[in-house]
Design a binder for this molecule. Structure first.
Ligand code: ADP
Ligand code: MG
Length: 684
């Protein structure tokens, strides 16, 4: 019988006592299993180096013999600089210690010493960070030492010792979970060995082998979960096979004020196909800003309503909800389709009315924020949920609906461009559709980056656009993530611009305004009652006013690249030439690279690639924006090939009947059970 390391409390490891269990808990570690899963994020290299092979500035460890008398210079009572001549191989170097003159008595002539520090090639100086005398006590010389991410209260050294102890006590009990066929296929080491080596690699090569094994495991388990969801969903066939009136949908599309792009047609066909299948659609629709996702959603909702069901459109902000409500009402009006709004700013009475009409089926399509599908909201027959510009429609939300006896198709739309291959893999439980082109006739947005001292000219530019009938957005700087200061800024800029343009109306929009005020501000801008809209980033996503042709961003260097691209996407939505002016500090280095990227390209996928480059994969993929999963070891950019292998393997596994029965796969099935993959099943 295997021991479950996750049920053994950490205090069973010798040396973990007193406050330590609590401090470990702050890192999310309460069991031995979790402790062993806490891998180092890098290694400190104490292997001995040959001075002929190192470079200036390297951090190195060398062994030598003390040949001189240490010299100490004091600066006050605590600060000091101590130097000593050391012979390393046949070279005399100077070791330098700062503020550690208390070591002086130990520096005896002729003694052997091991020094770690930063190498100054020109002066043959080594600035020492750590020193050891061979043969005395435990030694780290010649080893790689793991570096753990620890908080102030847990010293790195303690963590190293504790991990060592944990590995000694429990390492032999670490169970294998991958079947042999996979270990053999990729030549992976057993789990026991991999975990041990991750904590205590003999060499960097060993550490990398161990990492390879654990990265594969991490990605395989993730994919197994995704593929299992998918398989269960497809097998269950308990969705609605909608009887679509395709000629009516075609007529709806033909009546639109524009022709769909090839890409839109194709994506719509994919969705309509899914809607007619007996399983639940779970599809991701991604497309760059301005690619025209909304109208695809509208046609899909139309199809479902015509088939006798209701639809819901979920958006992240009230501003967007209002906007979508308006445009859907306009599109659906000729067909007698009822659209309603359900947001937090309805009065109790209004809300009660909407809820009642929804339940009775008098409302066909409801638009609202997240709470829309939760709590006390009941539909007569919900057929399709569309989520716009937000994160995935989670398993949780699905099960909330299922509990209410609804099992709708789900379409998730996102404007965060993720390379298609990556999306397919990372969202393994969804099907992915991509809008790969913008509507025809769009003129590429011209983007300029200028410094703030050009503000006068920028104001002149705004005047020119407004004078020719167009409109402009002015986005105010973010300050220290403090919403209060952002708001103050917007208020100040608004006052300045209203002063500069006495002949025009300047609107204001920020997060502290009441919902009704926000809506009024947005509405008057979209109806061209206000000509310039000063706003915080609340308009970042989704807002659609085709007559707006100029986007000005103050302090643009403070914004992330994807965010700037989203903001720029608010213009260039109509037939007029559009512009984006980024006011940025030319001395800000990161900012400069971002401005370069923005002026170089309008392509969201290219922007995402540059963003990834500038921020590093950890950051990019870690952001909530991307909605991509976070991994312990794996790096989606560097380990992408492994992710693809893992996906193919996992997909094959769940298709095999013996996967669900054979004893060798029981650790994998137990994992799926723990991860609640079968949760929906149990609810039935
Ligand atoms: P996003 O994909 O960013 O959500 P929207 O759906 O808001 O984009 O569409 C952007 C603008 O393009 C809207 O004003 C919309 O009416 C318009 N549009 C959508 N599809 C087409 C098309 N095929 N031809 C011309 N304009 C279109
Ligand atoms: Mg949109």
């Amino acid at each position: 019988m295997a021991v479950d390391l996750y049920s053994i409390p950490v205090k069973q490891v010798h040396g973990i006592k007193g406050k330590k269990p609590d401090e470990l808990l702050a890192l999310g570690i309460s069991s031995v299993g979790e402790l062993l899963d806490y891998y180092p994020f890098r290694y400190e290299d104490y292997t001995l180096r040959d001075l002929t092979e190192v470079k200036d500035g390297d951090k190195i460890t060398v062994q030598g013999k003390i040949v001189g008398v240490p010299q100490v210079q004091m600066y006050g009572r605590i600060k000091s600089r101590m130097t000593c001549k050391i012979m390393v191989d046949s070279l005399f170097i100077t070791a330098v210690w700062f503020n550690r003159h208390y070591l002086k008595p130990q520096l005896q002539a002729d003694a052997e010493i091991v020094l770690t520090g930063k190498w100054d090639q020109k002066r043959l100086h080594l600035t020492v960070s750590e020193s050891e005398f061979p043969g005395k006590g435990t030694s780290q010389t010649g080893t790689l030492q793991p570096v753990y991410s620890v908080t102030g209260t847990l010293p790195q050294k303690w963590m190293r010792q504790t991990m060592k102890q944990a590995v000694t006590q429990y390492g032999h009990l670490i169970p294998e979970i991958l079947p042999h066929e996979l270990l053999d296929k990729y030549n992976l080491m057993p789990r026991k060995q991999a975990v041990t080596l991750l904590h205590q690699p003999g060499s960097l090569a060993e550490g990398l082998q161990a990492r390879k094994r654990m990265v594969y495991e991490e990605l395989f388990m993730f994919q197994l979960k995704m593929q299992a969801y998918r398989a269960i969903n497809h097998d269950r066939a308990d969705g609605v096979a909608h009887q679509l009136d395709l000629p009516a949908v075609r007529a709806f599309v033909r009546a639109l004020p524009f022709k769909l792009t090839t890409s839109q047609k194709q994506v719509l066909a994919e969705i309509l196909h899914d809607l007619q299948q007996p399983f639940c659609m779970n599809r991701l629709l991604q497309g760059d800003v301005g690619a025209g996702k909304t109208v695809v959603a509208a046609a899909s909702l139309f199809a479902v309503v015509k088939a006798g069901f209701q639809g819901a459109l979920m958006v992240p902000t009230e501003i967007l909800a209002e906007q979508h409500k308006r445009s859907l009402s306009k599109l659906f009006e000729p067909y007698g389709i009822e659209v309603a709004l359900l947001t937090g700013s309805l009065t109790d009475r209004q809300r009660r009315d909407v809820l009642a009409s929804l339940q009775m089926g008098m409302i066909d399509v409801v638009v609202g924020t997240h709470a829309l599908i939760q709590e006390d909201v009941y539909f007569r027959q919900l057929g399709l949920v569309v989520t716009d510009e937000q994160h995935r429609f989670g398993v949780n939300q699905r099960s909330i609906l299922r509990r209410k006896g609804m099992n709708p198709d789900v379409l998730t739309m996102t404007a965060t461009p993720i390379p298609r291959t990556l999306a397919i893999t990372a969202f393994g439980d969804m099907d992915v559709s991509t809008l790969s082109e913008l509507p025809k006739g769009r003129k590429p947005i011209k983007t300029y980056a200028v410094s703030h001292d050009k503000l006068d000219r920028v104001i002149g530019f705004i005047r020119r656009e407004v004078a020719s009938g167009r409109q402009a957005y002015v986005i105010c700087p973010l300050i220290d993530e403090s919403e209060k200061l952002d708001v103050q800024n917007a208020i100040d800029v608004h006052a300045q611009l209203q002063f500069a343009f006495p002949e025009y109306r300047v609107g204001l929009l920020h997060g502290r305004m009441a919902a009704a005020e926000k809506d009024a501000a947005m509405r008057s801008f979209s109806e061209n009652q206000t000509h310039v809209l000063v706003s915080t980033t609340v308009i970042e996503v989704g807002v659609d006013v085709p007559n707006a042709t100029l986007m000005v961003v103050y302090d643009a260097h403070r914004f992330g690249l994807s965010q700037l691209h989203q903001l720029r996407g608010r213009v260039g939505r109509g037939e007029h030439q559009s512009y984006c002016v980024l006011l940025a500090d030319p001395k800000n280095e990161v900012g400069k690279q971002r401005m370069q990227a923005m002026t170089d390209t309008n392509d969201g996928f290219e922007i995402a690639r540059r963003d990834l480059e500038l921020r590093g994969p950890g950051d990019f993929f870690g952001t909530k924006q991307s909605g991509l999963p976070d991994f312990r070891l794996a790096d989606l950019a560097a380990d992408f090939a492994t992710m693809e292998q893992a996906r193919d393997d996992a997909a094959e596994f769940v298709r095999r009947p013996d996967f669900w029965t054979a004893a060798v796969y029981s650790p994998l099935r137990e994992y799926l059970q723990r991860e609640d993959v079968f949760q929906n099943e149990l609810l039935d």
